[in-house]
Design a protein around this ligand. Sequence first.
Ligand code: ITT
Length: 193
Amino acid sequence: MQKKVIMATNNANKLREVREILSPLGIEVISQSEAGIDVEADESGTTFEENAVIKAQTIFDLVDCPVIADDSGLCVDALDGRPGVYSARYAPKGQECAKLLDEMKDIPDEKRTARFECVIAYISENCLRTVSGACHGKIGYEEKGTNGFGYDPVFMYGDRTLAEMSAEEKNKISHRAAALKALYDMLSERNGE
Ligand code: ITT
């Protein structure tokens, strides 16, 4: 894997987590804003994979460096996989957990299963790859914890929410960590071919 990549995102929390995971592996992650790019890709896809590729391609067309993009979201079984690819648009920022808890107020414990999914797209001059990762848990009954972002305060992993975990703990078990590990493994193998 190249030692420097640009990350196509406007989400500072994602950027932070990707850096926390990739820096110890010797990979420098430059944000699109640090690269001087101020664009918002049109996330018109209906799958995480489509949107991850759209975001990465939009930035790759403007730079001379490998690009990664993360498309991710929360899929709740009792809601037939919603909010899924629409997780960022489900409610105004900061209100997503309250809205989800309200929508799930009558759902019994055994039906509160959910998963975070993440697809990472990687594009370089001669390569376009996607990898995915998931993190399985349950939706709790109240917001707990102040770490993380998005739906972390209501996503139970064991007996704690992701927002109650340290960054280090979350980065061992998260959907994003799993996808990035798959990416690193795949690109390391490819370099060794
Ligand atoms: P970019 O497209 O600029 O990367 P975004 O926030 O719009 O940023 P997505 O379209 O992929 O990104 O939407 C992902 C949403 O899913 C995100 O805004 C959160 O609401 C939720 N999400 C994804 N990963 C999460 C995580 O680790 N913890 C909590 N919520 C998460």
